[in-house]
Design a protein around this ligand. Structure first.
Ligand code: SF4
Length: 393
């Protein structure tokens, strides 16, 4: 099968090109502690050699930024960093990376007196000074609060209302509006060295949002991914169902397959990304219909430098096995690896967990049930799930 790729603008990230007529770039992320720069440099080198065109590293503190400088000295790879609330870290990381991701949903938190436009102008200035590209990274788990508020108001929804179904015409409103707003602003200030990602943990949503954005801004390179896809093989199947149809339509210039695997197995993400591209080239395109959309949905983050316990990945795999009995039921179980994104991202699940160093925080429908040891929590989560299933009968 010959895939007719759309031709977007080209964006250079270090030694690779995203977009234009360049091959799709497979990315991954190191999950070692960034401050352990020897281990992280070794991981980046291994992933890069394995075929990752870009490797992301988590940087949350000035200490991490210093470690990044050590990593840069030790390894010749295209590096990227994602900024959380602290957009000011950009100037610390930019000298040692090739791409910086910012999240329009989080850029408002630090220095709220400053407009988002001023903050983006600052990021653009830093990117230009240090020869970096930017990624506008929209994530359904952390959308721009103002966009969410406006959208709920428009619908007459309040916070207690359930999220609209994906066939609701307004479903796309906040993520697409956020992406368009940032694209239009970057264009208005003459900056074109950026890509956009619009991620969600639901493959169908990823498919629809990216299709829609690609139709609206066909010149902007897209970074594709399903966030919190979970452990393999389920995480690979979810990602295939969203990304292969997009790639077969010519949409997507770079991608990451996020998998819940331990730090020294991250090459599985690269291998899965390559396989996915081969599948599309061979016409073996997965579809949303291949997924069990009506049954149990398990979401788990891929883990990264912020993961607080090495037992997180093992727990995610145990939960996967222990919830086999609940497969037919339309419930969501979430397992997250840290307190940075875990508490928020586990709120939407029927049974949610976010992992601390020694204890796991368990939630039922967003309400805390308590903290439990890694040994206890599987049984507690299963009990909760059984209660929910009983109340459905
Ligand atoms: S939830 Fe935390 S540990 Fe998991 S990928 Fe996100 S930042 Fe990393």
């Amino acid at each position: 099968m010959t895939v007719k790729r759309r031709v977007t603008r080209k964006v250079r990230v270090g030694s690779v090109i995203i977009g234009g007529d360049a091959p799709v770039v497979v990315q991954t992320m190191a999950a070692t502690k960034t401050r352990d720069y020897e281990a992280t440099a070794a991981s980046v080198a291994k992933l890069s050699k394995f075929g990752a065109g870009i490797v992301r590293v988590a940087v949350d503190t000035p200490q991490d930024a210093k470690a990044l400088a050590e990593i840069r000295k030790r390894v010749d790879a295209n590096l990227s960093v994602d900024l959380q609330e602290n957009f000011r870290l950009a100037e610390n990381v930019a000298p040692n990376v090739d791409k910086i991701r910012y999240n329009p949903g989080k850029i408002g938190f630090l220095e709220p007196e400053l407009s988002w436009e001023k903050k983006v102008e600052y990021l653009v200035d830093v990117a230009k000074e240090y020869d970096c590209a930017l990624r506008v990274g929209i994530n359904s788990g952390s959308l721009d609060p103002e966009k969410l508020r406006e959208y709920r108001e428009k619908l007459g929804h309040n916070d207690a209302d359930p999220a609209p179904a994906s066939d609701d015409a307004t479903f796309f409103d906040p993520p697409i509006r956020s992406a368009l707003e940032h694209v239009d602003f970057l264009e208005s200030i003459g900056f074109d060295r950026y890509v956009v990602s619009i991620k969600d943990s639901d493959p169908e949503t990823v498919l629809m949002l990216n299709r829609r954005f690609a139709a609206l801004k066909p010149f902007v390179p897209l970074h594709l991914g399903v966030t919190e896809a979970g452990a393999p093989p389920r995480g690979i199947l979810k990602t295939r169902a969203a990304l292969e149809p997009l790639l077969a339509e010519g949409i997507g210039e770079t991608l990451r397959v996020s998998l819940t695997v331990v730090a020294d197995q991250k090459e599985q993400e690269v291998a899965a990304g390559k396989t996915l591209l081969e599948n599309v080239a061979n016409g073996a395109v997965a579809s949303i219909a291949d997924l069990n959309k009506t049954g149990l949905n398990i979401v788990s983050c891929p883990g990264c430098s912020r993961t607080e316990s090495s037992r997180f990945v093992e727990l995610a795999h145990k939960i996967d096995d222990a919830t086999e009995f609940a497969r037919p039921y339309p419930l969501t179980v979430a397992v997250m690896g840290c307190r940075v994104n875990g508490p928020g991202e586990s709120d939407d699940a029927d049974v949610g967990m976010w992992c601390g160093g020694d204890r796991v925080n368990l939630k039922s429908g967003g309400t805390s049930v308590g903290t439990f040891s890694y040994e206890e929590v599987v049984e507690k989560a299963v009990e909760l799930l059984k209660e929910k299933i009983s109340s459905m009968k």
